[in-house]
Design a protein around this ligand. Structure first.
Ligand SMILES: Cc1cc2nc3c(=O)[nH]c(=O)nc-3n(C[C@H](O)[C@H](O)[C@H](O)COP(=O)(O)OP(=O)(O)OC[C@H]3O[C@@H](n4cnc5c(N)ncnc54)[C@H](O)[C@@H]3O)c2cc1C
Length: 406
């Protein structure tokens, strides 16, 4: 029999671990099941913004994450002839209480796992969720790939963009490949003669050859990641395996057209070696009417539930908000009211995500010539600084009360 309020969490990525710790703060017990035999070490560095750092702080791991990351307050843009022409905020200690932080995903996962261990939160590795067997008034049962069966009061799928838990809610939804992937490689920053006052992270744009991103990693900025996007059609599993394995091909792609970019990019790209290459294919899931089953006992959140454009740099950050606010719902609402309360939570979360999607589109369009801006974005696009307070300094506890009051 499932214990009164225990939650099964499927997936020990960022959303699963943040959820487990946030539930613990609400005195709710959970167990996390992860298909991999050990913590996942993928994804390179991410940029964590103040809205997520405030949650990291509430979970008690801010200092350790901060000490391993590269703090930055703006993302800069330069033209092909190396002239700065735009910048947008990614954090500000003065305005939002936190900087933006470039930090390896594995560093955040390690800090979250350490905190889970301290709180005696059980994480079971090597357990692959297969399917929900039944959902009733007393709980949920499900099956793992190894044929064993689990049981809990409720189950949350935090199993990423290719979520299996999602197929219980929407059997026919498949993530759609956006025909773009990011190719990234790291070098030592010392391998580049960085001009003085060259603000990082930076995107160097070109009308003909796309753009290069140069972004520092580690607290001393000693590593530099170089990223470029490549248009590519969808592949089957075997095809993707070949693309991932073809590191030389990725290095060649990074080198294509580099002669038209400033010296700093040319030096960075020429220092790249195949062993440091990583690839991030961009997938999207369509907007879903429900993130929770009719019975209220099975939910999805994080990448499993919504698509955040990679250009917004908010995928991971919104995952933190999802998990933290879901735990608030669980802490303050009776489980019998979940079926009616969780849709309100979803509406509140979706409104924020929709606003973010508009912001990302506006920021992309701002960098196009003025004459073509209206073709790509119906919202007014100004040259003034975007007001980021709503995004970077949310009072999530108050916001959550407002969502529920509607
Ligand atoms: C290279 C790269 C760079 C990125 N940069 C940024 C950035 O700068 N800023 C930003 O905000 N976001 C960024 N993102 C996006 C961000 O990393 C994701 O949005 C975020 O990690 C999603 O977290 P998640 O926990 O929902 O899903 P995931 O991280 O995908 O975790 C899902 C977990 O579930 C497990 N799992 C899957 N299926 C099952 C199953 N059947 N049973 C059990 N376990 C299962 C997986 O093994 C995994 O551990 C980046 C992503 C990549 C790959």
């Amino acid at each position: 029999m499932a214990s009164h309020r225990d939650v099964a969490i499927i997936g020990a990525g960022l959303s699963g671990l943040v959820l487990a710790l946030s539930l613990h703060q609400q005195n709710i017990q959970s167990t996390v099941y992860e298909l991999r035999p050990a913590p996942l070490d993928i994804g390179g560095a991410i940029t964590v913004s103040p809205n997520a750092l405030q949650i990291i702080d509430k979970l008690g791991i801010y200092e350790s994450v901060l000490s391993e990351g590269y703090p930055a307050e703006a993302f800069h843009f330069r033209s092909q002839d190396d002239k700065p022409f735009d910048a947008y905020e990614i954090g500000s200690v003065e305005k939002y209480g936190y900087p933006g932080l470039r930090v390896y995903r594995r560093t955040v996962i390690k800090a979250l796992l350490g905190k889970c261990a301290e709180k005696n939160i059980k994480i079971v590795f090597g357990k692959k969720f297969k399917q929900i067997i039944s959902e009733s008034e007393t709980g949920v049962t499900w099956e793992f790939d190894d044929g064993t069966v689990g049981e809990a009061d409720t189950l949350v799928g935090t199993d990423g963009i290719h979520s299996r838990v999602r197929s219980y809610l929407y059997p026919d939804i498949e993530p759609k490949f956006m025909n773009v992937m990011a190719i990234a490689a790291t070098i030592k920053t010392s391998q580049v003669e960085m001009p003085e006052d060259y603000s990082l992270p930076v995107t160097i744009m070109s009308r003909t050859h796309g753009a290069y991103i140069l972004a520092p990693n580690f607290s001393d900025g000693s590593e530099l990641v170089i990223v470029k996007q490549r248009r590519i059609e969808e592949h089957d599993r075997e095809g993707w395996k070949n693309i991932l394995a073809d590191k030389e091909g990725s290095v060649d792609f990074l080198r294509q057209g580099v002669e038209d970019f400033p010296e700093v990019v040319r030096q960075a790209v020429s220092a790249v070696t195949p062993d440091s290459v990583s690839i991030w294919p961009f997938y999207q899931v369509p907007k879903m009417e429900r993130w929770t089953s009719i019975g209220g006992r099975v939910s999805i959140l994080g990448d499993a539930a919504h698509a955040i454009p990679p250009s917004s740099g908010q995928g991971a950050n919104q995952v933190f908000e999802d998990a933290y606010t879901y735990a608030l719902v669980r802490g303050q609402c009776d489980r019998d009211s979940l079926a009616s309360v969780l849709p309100k939570w979803q509406r509140g979360r979706q409104e924020r995500i929709d606003r973010l999607i508009i912001l990302a589109a506006q920021m992309n369009v701002r960098r196009l010539p003025e004459s073509t801006q209206s073709e790509f974005c119906s919202e007014a696009v100004g040259t003034e600084d975007f007001n980021m307070e709503w995004l970077f300094k949310p009072d999530l506890d108050k916001m959550f009360q407002e969502w529920l009051a509607v």
